[in-house]
Design a protein around this ligand. Structure first.
Ligand code: ZN
Length: 467
């Protein structure tokens, strides 16, 4: 053993895994070398030798688990003392071995992501799913900085009414004007979707007509779409106290008007099926507070009922474009999601905050699915802008917020663009989970990242400019 366990050595993150070959779309994306000052310039001889030596070092770590952990520091004198020809032969041998050993998923072919680095995409990217409780320039500018660090060009701010769920207020249609005002300053970076306060259905007799006229007025003001949150179907009631169904016929004029005005409806229905499972050893949501509390509850409809109502809505309004938030809450069944997309050409989905539920699938299956439905899936993060002045005013909390957001975008993009092992974007109490990136082809990424959104949001040529 050339180096024993050192207390100073950083903890190893993965016991298994051959390092990945350079990215399949190398040249189109990169890992920003913020903390990698010693990396030689790409395509140079030194870069080749550097990569080979990295492969060799990682291969030593790759078989750990059967022997004590090893850490070879970057500047190890031992490493420098090894004769160059031996290093090259060793590295080539291991690279060859890595290539011929069959494997997938979480073992061969997947390199652990380096958590010290930020992944920066070179594609044009529109994030179609983000939120902000504080419609103010500092919040937006702070978020732009995070986007710039990772290569995200534009975000779509979705207003939503948090009634019925354990979130504090601040997101409501009253903020629409303020966000639209900000959009006027950054039309190429910010999209704004309004919302409906379905809490009014119980109190206002003319609610179902009023929201149709209000919709037209908001569209005139510059609103680009509507966000419908899961509290429709799960929480809001009509004047008789009956739970308002997603496919309630009294809402039909509203959905029709959305179609007529060309406003896409980004609709969050239900949640992952697993949220309804009781909190036992068997649930993926193990020990997460919401499980069994807000879902597996007599007042909340069954997951199947909510999905059925949503699917019925899609069929009733073929002229209206619907974007299902969070893969349409169908991450438990990609076959069912595929069938729904096949049946309803007015239905699209975005991927925000649900990558952790893809753990159950073969990475190749996820890749194949996104390739097959490349015209129907959009990129969304579900990240939140800074919630208030205090977050940004304090140096410590600002840094924390910024690092968390940057990490999340970085993990998303690295997952879609490389075959690295990445942590679950956004955390979501699943920090223990690693996913193998799906390395989507460039043409698919172009659609997923921006072309589909540009088509559905009717964004003009002013949006182009990158690449
Ligand atoms: Zn959201």
């Amino acid at each position: 053993m050339r180096a024993g366990n050192s207390k100073n050595a950083p903890p190893r993150r993965f016991a298994l895994g051959f390092p990945a070959a350079p990215s399949r779309v190398a040249g189109r994306n990169s890992i920003a070398s913020f903390q990698l000052n010693a990396t030689p310039k790409r395509n140079s001889i030194n870069w080749f030798l550097y990569t080979m030596s990295k492969i060799r070092r990682q291969s030593c770590r790759g078989v750990a688990g059967r022997r004590p952990q090893v850490h070879l520091p970057e500047a190890s004198g031992l490493r420098r003392a090894t004769p160059l020809p031996r290093r090259i032969i060793c590295a080539l041998g291991i690279a060859l071995l890595a290539g011929i050993i069959p494997g997938h998923g979480l073992v061969a072919g997947a390199a652990p992501a380096d958590k010290g680095k930020v992944y920066q995409s070179r594609y044009r990217i529109i994030d179609v799913h983000s939120h902000g409780a504080w419609p103010a320039l500092p919040a937006l500018q702070a978020h732009f900085e995070v986007m710039d660090a990772t290569g995200v060009d534009a975000l779509t701010l979705l207003l939503f009414d948090p009634a019925g769920f354990p979130f504090t207020g601040g997101w409501s249609e009253s903020n629409l004007r303020a966000w639209l005002q900000l959009r006027r300053q950054f039309p190429e970076r910010l999209n704004v979707f309004g919302t409906v306060d379905f809490g009014r259905a119980a109190k206002e007799p003319a609610f179902f007509q009023d929201i149709v006229t209000e919709l037209a007025a908001a569209a005139k003001m510059g609103m680009q779409g509507i966000k419908i949150w899961k509290n429709l179907g799960m929480h809001h009631r009509d004047s008789s106290g009956t739970l308002l169904k997603i496919d309630d016929s009294r809402l039909d004029p509203f959905w029709t008007k959305c179609g007529e005005l060309g406003l896409p409806v980004l609709i969050h229905t239900a949640d992952p099926r697993e949220y309804w499972y009781p909190n036992t050893y068997n649930t993926f949501q193990y020990k997460i507070g919401n499980t069994g509390k807000y879902y597996n509850h007599p007042d909340v409809p069954a997951w199947e009922d909510l999905i059925q109502q949503r699917n019925h809505l899609l069929q009733k309004h073929p002229q209206t474009t619907f974007i299902g938030a969070h893969f349409g809450s169908l991450t438990s069944d990609l076959d069912a999601l595929g069938d729904l997309l096949d049946r309803c050409s007015n239905f699209f989905v975005e991927c925000g905050a649900r990558l952790r539920f893809l753990y159950r699938y073969h990475p190749q299956a996820v890749r194949d699915f996104l390739i097959k439905y490349q015209d129907r899936i959009l990129f969304g993060s579900d990240l939140f802008l800074a919630g208030d002045e205090k977050t940004l005013a304090n140096e410590g909390s600002r840094k924390l917020w910024r690092e968390r957001q940057t990490r999340s975008y970085s993990d998303y993009l690295e997952y879609f663009e490389t075959d690295h092992l990445v942590t679950v974007p956004g955390g979501y109490q699943a920090q223990w989970l690693r996913l193998k990136g799906i390395s989507l082809p460039a043409a698919v990424l172009e659609k997923f990242y921006h072309q589909n959104a540009e088509r559905l949001f009717k964004l003009d040529a002013a949006w182009h400019g990158k690449n």
